[in-house]
Design a protein around this ligand. Structure first.
Ligand code: E4P
Length: 222
């Protein structure tokens, strides 16, 4: 499963890349707004950092298919053809996904709340479909189950589209989908950092150090 960072703060992303084995970056308009910077400059900075092969996902703002397709063209011209264009699975979005997939544009179908949205996006040629796990939970549904069912639905129907699970609030939601083997999960820096916030581990490592210090002194190493 790919592990992706759902953020656009370049300094934070560089720092996370030093520790975590991550595979790319997803953004959305709200995430870009949170940076407070010029979105074109922020996205170019991300592309420069990731290099031409790094996975970068960028969402369109238009609400009509024609506008989405035009925006996708501008996004790819500015950020490279391997940039995944995020298109919400609305009626117009589905139309745009078909057009974009036919022109070899890599599409991440986003704002997925239902299995049927994911199925339609996959049939239309999306590379990824992004179910919003925590937002589904907040509506009283079961986000992990929806993402898992979409993964199975793709496999049973011979669809190549991968689940890119999104919108997580905690590690358990992510882990359950790792166990299902979905294609990718995109997580916020907070959730990513929480993967390694383990007091028991820190305490165990400190105990080892103190025991060795008792034998060989404070600065000793092997
Ligand atoms: C990804 O495609 C979504 O934009 C993102 O994960 C939504 O996350 P949120 O529900 O935490 O805003």
């Amino acid at each position: 499963m790919k592990l992706i960072i759902d953020d656009a703060n370049i300094e934070k992303i560089k720092q996370l890349y030093e520790t975590f084995p991550v595979d790319g970056v997803t953004t959305n308009p709200s995430i870009l707004a949170r940076t407070g910077g010029d979105p074109h400059r922020v996205l170019r900075g991300l592309r420069d950092f990731l290099g031409s092969e790094g996975e970068l996902h960028v969402q369109v703002l238009s609400t009509d298919a024609e506008g989405m397709v035009a925006e996708a063209g501008r996004i790819r011209a500015e950020l490279g053809e391997n940039t995944y264009v995020k298109v919400p699975v609305t009626r117009e979005g589905l139309k745009a996904i078909r057009l974009l997939a036919a022109s070899d544009c890599r599409v991440t179908a986003t704002a997925v709340y239902t299995q049927m949205q994911a199925f339609l996006a996959a049939k239309a040629g999306a590379v990824y479909a992004a179910p919003y796990v925590n937002r589904i939970d907040n509506l009283g549904g079961d986000g992990v189950a929806v993402a898992r069912d979409i993964h199975e639905l793709f496999q049973k129907n011979g669809l190549k589209t991968q689940v890119l699970a999104a919108s997580f609030k905690n590690c358990r939601q992510v882990l359950e989908l790792v166990r299902c083997g979905v294609g990718a999960a995109t997580v916020s820096p907070d959730v990513l950092e929480a993967f390694l916030k383990l007091d028991a581990v820190d305490a165990a490592v400190e105990r080892f150090r103190l025991d060795f210090e008792g034998l060989c002194g404070a600065q000793a190493t092997l």
